[in-house]
Design a protein around this ligand. Structure first.
Ligand code: PLP
Length: 220
């Protein structure tokens, strides 16, 4: 094994040993090569996230059937068609128009797309995601779509040096998750809560995340 692959394998092993069962590790692979992603898969990664549809496509072409592929970056509507073709889940739905574009392309493809609604829990103007008070309307609108299924929520949260500072944003997103879950909406399956990255995933898991998206700690 090349040194880089060995390092990736070691990092994946350490992470998988420390996250509880029931929490899915999504390897965040933006900017990574096919070889790097393959090393992560060989070490036991089963889910890969990517931020850019066009960068992800050639990687998915090679490794597609060996993992489940999550779109984790901001998705532009004009990329919805390609995203519908290559990804298994889109974690970053944050507008009705985007959801409608996904619905249209999935209908044409005859597939159903699992999506998470992205929450801008830090209410940062520069960030994507809907504000917590806008979630209900978006979830309700998607529930009426035949080819898009809400499976939960995702949040980035503000980036801090100290992961403890992210805790309130994870807590708030968890509360939003629980609230929607308790509504028991038809055609909505509140199963996944995607929160936490390299520096914050332990705090996110403590606050109820069952998907963590980790890049730097795996790939360096
Ligand atoms: C890059 C990225 C991650 C992983 O971040 P790291 O700090 O490298 O672990 C997670 N989620 C999203 C949406 C990202 O863009």
């Amino acid at each position: 094994m090349e040194p880089k692959s060995a390092e990736i394998a070691e990092a994946v092993k350490r992470i998988l040993e420390t996250i509880p069962p029931g929490v899915t590790l999504v390897a965040a692979a933006k900017g990574r090569t096919v070889e790097e992603v393959e090393a992560a898969l060989q070490a036991g990664v089963t889910h890969v996230g990517h931020n850019y549809v066009q960068e992800a496509q050639p990687i998915i072409q090679v490794l597609g059937d060996r993992a489940t592929w999550h779109m984790i970056g901001h998705l532009q509507r004009n990329k919805a068609k390609l995203a519908a073709r290559v990804f298994d889940m889109i974690e970053t739905v944050d507008s009705l128009r985007l959801a409608q574009a996904i619905e249209r392309h999935c209908m044409l493809l005859g597939v159903t797309m699992s999506v998470l609604v992205e929450i801008n829990s830090g209410r940062e103007p520069s960030k994507t995601g809907v504000f917590p008070e806008e979630v209900d309307d978006l979830v309700a609108a998607i529930a009426d779509m035949e080819h898009v299924r809400v499976m939960g929520l995702m949040t980035m949260g503000p980036r801090f040096g100290d992961p403890e500072d992210a805790r309130p944003y994870f807590q708030q997103t968890r509360e939003t998750f629980e609230r929607i879950l308790s509504m028991n909406l038809a055609n909505v399956t509140m199963r996944y809560l995607s929160m936490g990255m390299t520096n914050s995933y332990q705090v996110a898991i403590e606050e109820g995340a069952n998907i963590v998206r980790i890049g730097t700690k795996i790939f360096g």
